[in-house]
Design a protein around this ligand. Structure first.
Ligand code: ZN
Ligand code: ZN
Length: 636
């Protein structure tokens, strides 16, 4: 029998029998590796474990520990779920079932809605099929034969998929009596699906098209082992407890109302205070860094949006109104007024850079299906600024913004990741301008000394951008800051400055936000802190509690002192048991409870108790004021 030589990633070579598979390669290295192997790579392409090797190929073994493993495990588990669904509901039609960041899903067309009980049954069936250790086998078929096969099976969606692919042949995977169209690779057999859980059901349109069939999407997750699955499920449980919509209600921060409109936040007193604290913080931090605070109107003439290019490129996301036969667009961005301020006088190079900052409320039409609490809304407030500078100043300005982001994320205790997005297909502006902007962002990123990623083609239509994603307490990523270079708007609005040589030149424009949308950021903060805001952010920092009515005059005087000193304080002088009042304040997650009993009245002190139950030493109201002030100053 002939032999073949394959190369391993470390450069070494192995001699195998002709017709050997990735599995044979693993087995030739060791039985442990053969056992751990779930798939392979041939010349960089992921393949099944039983894929045949060719002479001279570079081969790699994918084990449960490999970075590629999770996706293969999850995708195979989605097939397992589809097989279980077909076994239990033969009338169900299968569509697509990819692996996603949190696990996998599969969309089904079924004449009735899945219930939570169905999920349990499906999961039990999956376990049964996994135990049966069915081989998962790949087969290549001509598209014509595959279409005939899926037509016979009544799987219309698969037929459509193959027709749209337009390939000569397709690959199918079969496990037991279930066959699915799939590129693969897959696990060698169903018993490799060891740790999975179905998590939820949702509606989804076929191919995301609202005009097409409404399907049922079953979500699940899968891991290489039970321990990882359990840790993940515990994290999900914790996330549910921290859900900002739930906490927003319980802490009475905000609400939404059908009568008002979807995606439009109504801030209640405590939420309004939380916002105010955050906004005050922002103003201060911006002033410190040389920004000017400006304010533009909420609606601007339609002609202006035509000039900016928003009308052409962004109209479907905007709200318009007509008054006295004049059309207006509700601003989806704050840029235009800032440019008007720039244009309000002749600018010299000596005036630059100009940094205009606005806590600007914008409205963007988001599809109803994507709205999600504070995280995805239709009206929101950006901590928006536009920097106008000379091309020479661009580098330093972008570095300044990155250091601003670093400082602010440090204050909130967030780690973060950065990405550079480059020119998309639908864009305006010259090649030269794009080149210049992209290289400025790149150089600032490199200079930051932090890792970053590049997303080719993901930039805004008017310039390249840096996206910054923070990581919260549950290790989830959230978009916060963006820095966008823009050589186009200054052109369209004919912004100029007089340079040292007396010539009129174009300034560069940078759009940037630090926290992003205040609404969304608050949603993230609520979940990150589980509602236990640090003292400096807490809408209510302390609450004065009386033991009996006897202490009311003293407690009222203490309350007045704290409030006059600027402490965000509440009182609870109700004729209720102290334990009851403490529990209530704890549920409201107020950092400090100030208990006033006879002893405190006699000694002229307050007895502060932290929300976790820890008691602090007695303090006079004045001492408590300084104590809170020091916490606020240190952003604690
Ligand atoms: Zn598949
Ligand atoms: Zn802007």
């Amino acid at each position: 029998m002939n032999e073949i030589i394959v190369k391993l990633p470390d450069g070494s070579e192995r001699i195998l029998k002709e017709g050997a598979s990735i599995y044979d390669l693993a087995a030739s290295i060791g039985t442990g590796l053969a056992k751990a192997a779930i798939a392979g790579k041939i010349d960089g392409h992921l393949v099944d474990l039983n894929a045949k090797l060719k002479n001279g190929a570079t081969a790699e073994i994918v084990t449960e520990k490999s970075p590629e493993a999770l996706e293969i495990i999850r995708h195979s588990t989605s097939h397992l779920m589809a097989q279980a669904v077909k076994a239990l509901f033969p009338q169900a039609k299968v569509t697509i079932g990819p692996a996603i960041e949190t696990g996998f899903y599969y969309d089904f067309d079924l004449d009735r809605a899945f219930t939570p009980e169905d999920l349990e049954k499906i999961e039990a069936k999956m376990r049964e099929l996994a135990k049966a250790n069915l081989k998962i086998e790949r087969q290549e078929l001509s598209s014509t034969d595959a279409i005939a096969l899926f037509k016979k099976m009544g799987e219309d969606y698969k037929v459509e998929l193959i027709e749209d692919l337009g390939a000569d042949s397709v690959s199918l995977y079969t496990q037991g009596d279930f066959t699915d169209l799939c590129r693969g690779p897959h696990l060698p057999s169903t018993s490799y699906c060891k740790a999975f859980k179905l998590t939820s059901i949702a509606g989804a349109y076929w191919r995301g098209d609202e005009k097409r069939a409404m399907l049922q999407r079953v979500y699940g997750t899968a891991f290489g082992d039970k321990k990882e699955l359990d840790a993940y499920l515990a994290r999900i449980e914790e996330a549910k407890k921290r859900d900002h919509r739930k906490l927003g209600r319980e802490l009475d921060l905000f609400s939404f109302s059908d009568e008002v409109g979807a995606g439009l936040v109504i801030w209640h007193p405590k939420g309004g205070m939380l916002r105010t604290v955050l906004e005050d913080f922002e103003r201060k931090e911006h002033i410190k860094r040389g920004y000017d605070i400006v304010l533009g109107p909420q609606i601007l003439k339609t002609e202006l949006w035509q000039r900016s290019g928003h009308y052409e490129n962004y109209r479907e996301n905007m709200y318009f109104t007509t008054v006295d036969e004049q059309g207006y667009g509700v601003k989806p961005m704050n840029c235009l007024s800032h440019m008007m301020i720039y244009k309000s006088q002749l600018r010299s190079y000596r005036d630059l850079p100009l940094r205009f900052f606005e806590l600007g409320m914008v409205h963007r039409h988001e599809r109803a299906g994507v709205l999600h609490g504070l995280l995805r809304v239709r009206g929101f407030t950006q901590d928006d600024a536009h920097i106008l500078c000379t091309p020479d100043q661009l580098d330093a300005e972008i570095k300044g913004v990155l250091s601003f982001v670093k400082d602010v994320m440090g204050i909130f205790g967030f780690d973060y990741e950065m990405e550079l997005s480059t020119r998309p297909e639908k864009s305006i502006g010259s090649d030269e301008a794009w080149e210049m902007a992209t290289s400025a962002l790149l150089s600032a990123l490199k200079d930051s000394g932090r890792d970053f990623e590049i997303n080719e083609g993901d930039g805004a239509f008017y310039g390249p951008k840096i996206d910054i994603k923070l990581r919260d307490a549950l290790d989830r990523r959230w978009q916060c800051a963006t820095i966008q270079c823009d050589f186009t708007l200054p052109e369209r609005f004919d912004l100029t400055y007089v340079d040292a040589d007396g010539e009129r030149k174009r300034p560069v424009m940078v759009h940037r936000v630090i926290l992003g949308a205040i609404e969304r950021f608050i949603g993230v903060l609520i979940e990150h802190f589980a509602g236990n805001f640090p003292t400096w952010l807490s809408p209510v920092q302390a609450i004065v509690l009386t033991v009996t009515d006897n202490q009311i005059p003293y407690a009222q005087a203490a309350f007045d002192t704290l409030r006059a000193a600027g402490i965000r304080v509440q009182k609870d002088f109700r004729n209720e048991k102290l334990g009851f009042k403490i529990r209530e304040a704890q549920l409201q997650k107020v950092p400090y409870m100030l208990v006033v009993g006879d002893k405190e009245v006699e000694s002229g002190l307050l007895a502060p108790r932290y929300r976790d139950g820890k008691n602090l030493e007695g303090m006079t109201p004045e001492q408590f004021v300084s104590f809170i002030e020091s916490e606020v100053k240190a952003f604690r």
